[in-house]
Design a protein around this ligand. Sequence first.
Ligand SMILES: [Zn+2]
Length: 122
Amino acid sequence: MRAAVCLHYSVGAMTAREDRVARNEATSREINERIEDAHEATSPDQYIRMVCECGQESCDRLIAITTSEYERVRSDPQRFAVVRDHVIVDVERVVDETDRFVVVAKREGGPAEVAAEEDPRS
Ligand SMILES: [Zn+2]
């Protein structure tokens, strides 16, 4: 749809970097969905290892998180669990934190739209 494409560029909501970050985040979230599925029988209060959802291509950090904590993050498609030093302050803000990870929410605009669009549960 040409009109939508023109609108996208005139608004300039999203840089190539933001777009790449958003897509990497969507990929890490798919990985975590599978990890969670694999731990279905695990107690909701037991720590499991999930990948950091920061969206940086070089990131290979893991976070300790319980399935109940992860469910809380995932109840909002714009929220991601990341290690503390991987918060990208210009595209996301911290909404919750523990001593193991922080929860970030996408700022309004392009990245939030991609996050919703690529939500594996939608
Ligand atoms: Zn990371």
